[in-house]
Write a protein that binds this ligand. Sequence first.
Ligand code: AP5
Length: 218
Amino acid sequence: MRLIILGPPGSGKGVQSKRIAEHFGLVQISTGDSLRQAVATGAELGRQAREYMEKGLLVPDDLMVKLVMDRLDQEDARGGFILDGFPRTISQAEMLDDLLQKKEKTLNAVLELKVDDRVVVDRLSNRRLCSRCGADYNLLTKPPRVDGLCDRCCGRLIQREDDREKTILHRLQVYHRQTEPLEAYYGEKGQLLTFDAERSVEEVSAAIVEAVESGAGG
Ligand code: AP5
C-alpha cells in the first residue's frame, strides 16, 4: 500500500501517519523528521536545509527529491509506505509520479487533513517535544505531568525552532501558496480523500482507516 498524507502544519500529519503506518504495517517516511535529523547530526543536507526550515520556507525541490528518491529505494519501503510532508509542491508531485511510473507502482490514496488556520496556531504554539526521546506533548490537550519534563524519560521539553507564532504564520502562508494546489492536482486524478482533522486524534484515525479499507481513493 502506498499513501500520501497532506495538510497544513499542525494538521496532525505526523501523529496520524504513525498510527496509519502501524495499522497497515507500512513504513512512515517523514521528510520533516529526516531534515531535522540531518540538521542535528550536522550532515551536509542539514547544513543546506537549516536556514529554510528556521524561516518556515520550503527546502529547494532538488534537495527534497534526492532525499525522497534515496529513501524510497531502501528495502523497507518496498513493502509499502506513507509519505508525510512530501510532496509539497506540484513539481515534487510530478517527480513522484515519474518515479512510481518507472517502478510500475501507483498510489492507493492521498489523505488530506483539513483544519482551520486558527487551530494550527493554537496547536503548534503549544506543542512541546522531549529533547531526549522525541515524545510529543501539547500544553492544551496533552500536557506533561511535571512542567517541562517528559513523562516517559524525564528529558527536558523543548519547543521546535519553527513553532514560534511568527514562523507558524509564515509556514501557513507558504502552505496556502505552494502546497494547497496539490488538492486540485490529486483531486483531478480521483485519488484525494479529505478528512476533518479538527476532531480527536482517534476519530480522525478511525475515519482514515475506514476510507482506506473500503478502497476509496485509488
Ligand atoms: P514538517 O516537519 O513536515 O512540518 P509541518 O508540515 O509544518 O508539520 P508539523 O510537524 O508541524 O505538523 P503535523 O501536521 O505533522 O502535525 P503533528 O502531527 O506534528 O516540515 C518542517 C520543515 O521541513 C518545513 O517547514 C520545510 O522547511 C521542510 N520540509 C519538509 N518537507 C519538505 C518538502 N517536501 N519540501 C520542502 N521542504 C520541506 O501535530 C501537531 C500538534 O498538534 C502536536 O502537538 C499534536 O499532538 C497535536 N495534534 C495533532 N492532531 C491533533 C488532534 N486531532 N487534536 C488535538 N491535537 C492534535
